[in-house]
Design a binder for this molecule. Sequence first.
Ligand code: FES
Length: 234
Amino acid sequence: MVKLTIDGRDVEVAEHTTILEAALAAGIRIPTLCYLKNLNEIGSCRVCVVEVEGIDQLVAACNNYVLDGMVVHTNSPSVRIARKVNVEFLLSQHDSECTSCVRSGNCSLQTLSNDLGIAQLPFDKHLAGEHWNLSFPLIRNNDKCIKCMRCIQVCDKVQATGVWDITNRAGHTMVNTVGGKPIEETGCSLCGQCITHCPVGALRERDDTEQVFDALGDPERICLVQIAPAVRTA
Ligand code: FES
């Protein structure tokens, strides 16, 4: 067993427990976006950062293990500032038109932004501006994708379908179909797991209104689409 202190509380957990899980065991909630237990522990979103005494930089709680004698602060001023800036960076590449989003009210990024009191961004917006085949029953909107890679992992490791992949690097990183194939050529079985595990509104089911506009061949349908209710809870 490992003994440590988190926010002044003495905690005892098994070895190879992450800081995130140790905090949870002590009743302390650390926010997460990309984390999926045993599936996606890549530490990409950095909203779970915590301060560990004796370490110069903040560390991600979701993929760092506890050590004996560790003293952790999950809500210090530096943690709060870093967490807010990290979310602001995510928002700078995120279409924040929440009122027309299927996940509004059920979006982890929206909830976190509200919790952190983010009212306006200090950074310019850079959206992917991609077009998607709206005739396919699964819709991807990369203007909302936060590159958490949950969809990639769940499609690959749970469903063994491997539809999604990461492309490009740095500021141009995005999630796309493997090899950039049209979605209808990927073998997507429409299981819905990627939608279920998306923490935002980057993936959703095509709604009936879109089918109607498709049938009518209305070129303005994208603007006229009425948004269906939130699909699933991530
Ligand atoms: Fe830990 Fe995303 S939840 S880095």
